[in-house]
Design a protein around this ligand. Structure first.
Ligand code: NAD
Length: 261
C-alpha cells in the first residue's frame, strides 16, 4: 500500500499501459482520477472500482481539457500527489521527406505538448506535497531511430528533454519528474495506429507480438503490467533520489537481438 492517502491522475487511462497503471496505483491505495477520450472504457474502469477510481473525460490535445482535468482532480481530491502523463497514439506515420506540416503539428501536439501541458496544469496543485511525483511516458522511440514513425520518435525524444527541464524547474517545490521508456508492449496502440498494407489490424498486432517474442533478449511480449510496475516505483518514495531521468523497460530490445548460441 505505497500510495495510501495519495491522489493520482493518469491520462490514457482507459486502455493498455494507462489502465494497468490505474489498477496498480489504486491497488496500492491511491485515489485515482482516470482520464481519457474513451468515455465507455473510462467509465467501465471506474464502475468496477468501488469508488477508488473516478473517470474524468479529457482530450489531451486540448490544453483547456487538461487544465480542467487537473483543477477538477485537485478539487475533488484536495490536491494532487502523482501524475502519469501517458496518453498518446502513434501520430503521423509519414517519413521526413513526405510528412505534411499539419501531420507534424498534430503529432507534436498529441505526443509532446500534451505532456508539457499535463505538467503545466498539474504542478500548481502538487507544490509542497510530500513525495510529489510526475511520470511521463516516452518510448524506446526516443532513444533510437527505426522503432517508430519519424514525427512520433522526435516528439518522444522531446518528452525526455521536457522531463529534464521540468525536473529542474520543479525541484524547488519538491516535485520529482521522471520518464518511462517502454519497448514493444502488447496494447491497442498497434491495432489503432499501425497501417500494414494487405494485412488486417489483427495481423498487425500478431506481427508485433511475434517480433517482441523472438527478437529481443527477454523472449516474451511486453505486457502493460511490466510498465505499470515501473511507473509505480517511480511514483513512490522508493524512487525519492531519482529525478530528471528515464527508466527503460524494453525486454532488452535496444541492446540488440538475442543470440542463438
Ligand atoms: P493504448 O492505445 O492501449 O492506450 C492509449 C490510451 O490513450 C487509449 O485509452 C486512448 O483512448 C487514449 N488516448 C488517445 N488519444 C487521446 C487523447 N487525445 N486524449 C486522451 N486520451 C487519449 O496504447 P498504449 O500502448 O497503452 O499507449 C500508452 C502510451 O505508451 C502512449 O504514450 C504510447 O505512445 C506509449 N508507448 C507505447 C508502447 C507500446 O508498445 N505499446 C511503446 C512505447 C510507448
Amino acid at each position: 500500500m505505497r500510495f495510501a492517502g495519495k491522489v493520482a491522475v493518469v491520462t490514457g487511462a482507459a486502455s493498455g499501459i494507462g489502465k494497468a497503471a490505474v489498477l496498480k496505483l489504486a491497488g496500492e491505495g491511491a485515489h485515482v482520477f482516470a482520464a481519457d477520450i474513451d468515455e465507455a472504457g473510462g467509465k467501465a474502469l471506474a464502475e468496477a472500482s468501488n469508488g477508488k477510481i473516478e473517470f474524468l473525460r479529457c482530450d489531451v490535445t486540448v490544453a483547456a481539457d487538461i487544465e480542467a482535468l487537473m483543477n477538477e482532480a485537485a478539487k475533488r481530491g484536495g490536491g494532487i500527489d502523482i501524475v502519469f502523463n501517458n496518453a498518446a497514439a502513434g501520430g503521423d506515420r509519414a517519413p521526413i521527406d513526405e510528412i505534411s506540416p499539419e501531420g507534424w503539428d498534430w503529432t507534436m501536439n498529441l505526443v509532446l505538448k500534451s505532456v508539457a501541458m499535463g505538467i503545466r496544469y498539474a504542478a500548481p496543485h502538487m507544490k509542497g506535497r510530500k513525495g510529489a511525483s510526475i511520470v511521463n511516458t516516452a518510448s524506446v522511440a526516443a532513444l533510437g531511430a527505426g522503432y517508430s514513425p519519424t514525427a512520433y520518435a522526435v516528439a518522444k525524444a522531446g518528452v525526455l528533454q521536457l522531463t529534464k527541464v521540468a525536473a529542474t524547474d520543479l525541484a524547488q517545490y519538491g516535485i520529482r519528474v521522471n520518464a518511462i521508456c517502454p519497448g514493444f508492449i502488447n496494447t491497442n496502440i498497434f491495432t489503432s495506429t499501425l497501417e500494414v498494407p494487405d494485412a488486417s489490424k489483427d495481423a498487425a498486432k500478431a506481427i508485433i507480438a511475434d517480433m517482441s517474442a523472438h527478437a529481443q533478449p527477454v523472449a516474451r511480449g511486453g505486457q502493460p503490467e511490466d510498465i505499470a510496475n515501473a511507473v509505480a516505483y517511480l511514483a513512490s518514495d522508493e524512487a525519492s533520489f531519482m529525478t530528471g531521468t528515464h527508466m527503460l523497460v524494453d525486454g532488452g530490445l535496444t541492446i540488440g537481438q538475442r543470440h542463438a548460441w
